[in-house]
Design a protein around this ligand. Structure first.
Ligand SMILES: C[S@@+](CC[C@H](N)C(=O)[O-])C[C@H]1O[C@@H](n2cnc3c(N)ncnc32)[C@H](O)[C@@H]1O
Length: 379
């Protein structure tokens, strides 16, 4: 397996093999390629289509396949998330695949002759609809969209048909999932505004925050976020670091009026676009919203508070990285406030980095307040 010069390596492990395109493409990876990725690679045309864009290709397997199938064609990959883009870049580099990479809240404008995108089972259908509309307008007239899913396909077929009016569904004979194929015919897709305002009441103020599909708490305040604000109760003096800020809800609700020293950070470009807009709407001119793939290069301020509502996916890896970063950056008298549903796992994570940890149960959530040094006992 290892001496094949045509081998494509995805990640560092080589437990699984996927042989595609009649043996022409041979992938090795830890868990095997996702079903939607394999269906899309099989659906790519045999001959060069012209400029090609692929979005939501987390492992870069589709981009690498395209590079191998059509060495002369320009291949662009698009990511919403800087952390995911970093993983994809590593696979592109280890397979010496020359691919232009674009990171941003919307698809690059193109024009492209072919666009492929993959929607794994459970993908957010509003995000899919927005991407399909953007893809329509980024295609050349006559250009084609390939949209793949590994789960039920009816919703995706409807979404593609709604925008393109000529969706064709290619069903594999050997298992679940499908690929929709459609051609750009009309001039411009009708776009729907799916942004929602989120209302947050905290410490006597009600804020209206912009959210959009793909951003956490799109249109509805998360119960974990609400639990943390309930425990925080007051606004905070001094710099605040909001780790994994989403639209900026925690940091904005807890900051002082001008936002001096407020740093919002997230790996998702759509979250940072909303957070930036929310800072501007609320006149927080002293604050900044930063896109970071792995919380790297954050401003070294004497933070009095770090907030985190880490995602549930990631086996605690992200919660651990948020907590470690907070411990490294907080002022000695600063505190981390972190909310989670899995109290036992997060208690272990927070205690690994902080000396004094308090936990408060709010409904199904536990809000941890952690300090580096024990507060002196009152006389
Ligand atoms: C559960 S949401 C919380 C959002 C916001 N703090 C709130 O309470 O509404 C977690 C956020 O962490 C972000 N995130 C996930 N992994 C990240 C990473 N490695 N670096 C920075 N942000 C990350 C996600 O994009 C998401 O916006």
């Amino acid at each position: 397996m290892t001496d094949d010069p045509n081998l494509i390596r995805i990640g560092n492990a080589n437990a699984r093999e996927d042989v595609l395109r009649d043996g022409r493409l041979h992938f090795v990876s830890g868990r095997g390629l996702a079903r939607a990725t394999k269906l899309l690679i099989e659906a790519l045309p045999a001959t060069s289509p012209g400029p090609f864009l692929v979005s939501r290709d987390r492992t870069a397997a589709i981009a690498i396949a395209a590079r191998r199938l059509w060495p002369e064609v320009s291949v662009t990959e698009h990511h919403h998330d800087a952390f995911v883009a970093g993983l994809a870049h590593r696979n592109l580099a280890s397979n010496a695949a020359r691919v232009e990479s674009v990171l941003g809240p919307t698809l690059p404008v193109g024009p492209f002759a072919l666009i492929a995108m993959s929607f794994e089972a459970g993908a957010d259908s509003l995000v899919a609809r927005e991407l399909i509309e953007e893809a329509h307008d980024a295609l050349l007239p006559g250009g084609q969209l390939l949209a793949g899913t590994d789960g039920k396909h009816t919703w995706l077929e409807e979404a593609v048909e709604h925008v393109f009016r000529n969706a064709r569904c290619i069903m594999p004979s050997d298992g679940p999932g499908a690929v929709m194929r459609a051609e750009r015919k009309s001039t411009i897709a009708r776009k729907k505004d799916r942004r929602h305002a989120l209302r947050v009441t905290h410490a006597g103020r009600t804020l209206s925050l912009a959210t959009c599909p793909g951003v956490f708490s799109h249109g509805r305040l998360d119960r974990g976020t609400k639990a943390l604000l309930e425990v925080a109760s007051e606004r905070t003096d001094g710099p605040i670091l909001d780790l994994g800020c989403g639209p900026g809800t925690l940091g904005i609700a807890l900051a002082q009026d001008d936002g001096a020293g407020l740093v919002l950070v997230d790996s998702d470009t759509r979250a940072i676009a909303c957070a930036t807009e929310n800072l501007s709407t609320h006149g927080l001119s002293g604050a900044q919203a930063l896109l970071r793939g792995d919380l790297e290069d954050l401003p070294a301020l004497p933070y009095r508070l770090a907030t985190a509502n880490p995602p549930y996916y990631g086996d605690g890896r992200i919660a651990n990285s948020f907590t470690a970063r907070a411990a490294g950056l907080l002022h000695t008298e600063g505190r981390l406030m972190l909310v989670a549903r899995d109290a036992a796992r997060h208690a272990e994570i927070v205690s690994a980095h902080f000396l004094e940890v308090e936990a408060k149960l709010v409904g199904d959530y536990t809000v941890f307040t952690a300090r580096k040094a024990r507060a002196p006992k009152a006389e």
